[in-house]
Design a protein around this ligand. Structure first.
Ligand code: FNR
Length: 378
């Protein structure tokens, strides 16, 4: 379908078919500040570069002359089957990318039957996102803010509205040194973006002395004051675990000792991630961290990864090096900006098609047979 449609020309088929094309399409529709927020990393963006370089240090060793006519890209996570090993990463404030914001990307994930991870700082309240997703799989990403009551309320709301796992992001208790945003003097949060879950929360609203309508600046200040939480530790992570019946995953792990501790705490999994290089500059590449993490946890422990994944070959490499699945970050944000729900649907179909070809041409029928022998480190 994609080969057929794309040859009809741009007038009848508007979608890019390359990462560069999607990126360019997003760049054309976004203003400078939003683009800088989406694309920028911390400091010299050295972690961001390392994320990409790490993938090129592993080369795929294809196997030939195997019957690969019948293929299956499915994986299972948390006792559920998914048709492809992809999830949509939590990306906050999607209203700066497209007017339909998380409603568009959530519906696209539902169309593709892959999990959608909704950010704490989404532009749409979690219940509204849940409503448009029906029974499709959604997980809630929690930024563990300072106020226990708000955290507990978010967890209860997520469970009540059908989110089936909690992803606690631990690498962003404060925002990193992001030079693009500093240069543009722009942060969506300072403009009241990303507060939808807060403004719809009774525990948060009880902290305000005036309604957000009367005094929006005071609401923004209050939101920022609890959202930034540099004193967060393992003790509070354990408290979060005890506050919910949902499986808890921890996102933002790069050190193997941290991964081992998450596993020892009885939490359900980790997302190896450096937040797309947006937090710590000069950090270890996510793919290299994945290898270290996989070495210390049980073979069947749920380990996902993101940061720097830009094509199907990257997904295959990550799977071979021990990931159970991979989160898409900026690539789907480009597609959302460029084409809303239809854009993300199209992007996901392209990734699925590319991964299917990648697997077949390198001699595999299923992701299960990808292991360390699939790649060689150069
Ligand atoms: C993010 N990320 C993120 N993570 C999270 O846990 N909660 C969030 O609200 C956000 N928000 C966010 C906004 C934007 C604009 C970006 C680019 C990223 C991090 C995200 O989930 C994921 O870890 C990275 O995007 C992965 O890196 P790449 O693949 O985008 O380089």
């Amino acid at each position: 379908r994609i080969y057929g449609e794309s040859t009809k020309g741009r007038s009848s088929w508007p979608w890019p078919v390359s990462l560069a094309g999607w990126r360019q399409a997003a760049r054309e529709v976004l203003g400078e500040s939003a683009w800088g927020y989406l694309e920028g990393g911390a400091g010299l963006e050295d972690t961001m570069k390392a994320n990409r370089e790490a993938f090129s240090h592993y080369r795929i060793r294809s196997r030939m002359l195997r019957d690969v006519a019948d293929r299956d890209l499915s994986v299972s996570m948390l006792d559920m089957e998914f048709p492809v090993p992809l999830l949509l990463a939590p990306i906050g404030v999607q209203a700066i990318l497209h007017r339909d914001a998380e409603l568009a990307s959530a519906k696209a994930a539902a169309d593709a039957k892959i999990p959608f991870i909704l950010s704490t700082v989404s532009s749409v309240p979690m219940e509204q996102v849940a409503q448009v997703m029906g029974t499709s799989v959604r997980w809630f990403q929690l930024y563990p803010g300072k106020d226990r009551d708000v955290v507990s309320s978010f967890l209860a709301r997520a469970q009540a509205s059908g989110y089936s796992a909690v992803v606690v992001t631990v690498d962003t208790t404060m925002l990193g040194w992001r030079e693009a945003d500093l240069q543009h003097a722009y942060l969506p949060f300072l403009h009241g973006e990303g507060m939808a879950n807060f403004l719809s929360d009774p525990a948060f609203c009880s902290r305000l002395s005036q309604s957000p309508r009367e005094n929006p600046q005071a609401a923004i200040q209050e939101f920022l004051s609890i959202y930034v939480n540099p004193s967060f530790t393992w003790k509070q992570l354990a408290e979060i675990r005890d506050m919910t019946d949902l499986p808890v995953l921890v996102k933002g792990i790069t050190h193997p000792d941290d991964a081992a501790r998450v596993e020892a705490m009885g939490l359900e999994g980790v997302v190896v991630s450096n937040h797309g290089g947006r937090q710590v500059d000069g950090g270890v590449a996510a793919l290299d961290a994945l290898v270290d993490v996989r070495n210390v946890v049980q073979p069947d422990y749920l380990v996902m990864m993101d940061s720097g994944v830009r094509c199907a070959a990257d997904v295959a490499k990550a799977m071979a090096l021990g990931a159970n699945a991979v989160l898409l970050g900026r690539p789907y944000a480009y597609a959302l900006a460029a084409g809303g729900r239809e854009g993300v649907v199209e992007l996901l179909q392209q990734w699925k098609a590319e991964l299917d070809l990648q697997l077949a041409l390198s001699g595999h029928r299923s992701l299960e047979t990808l292991n360390g022998g699939y790649v060689v480190r150069v």
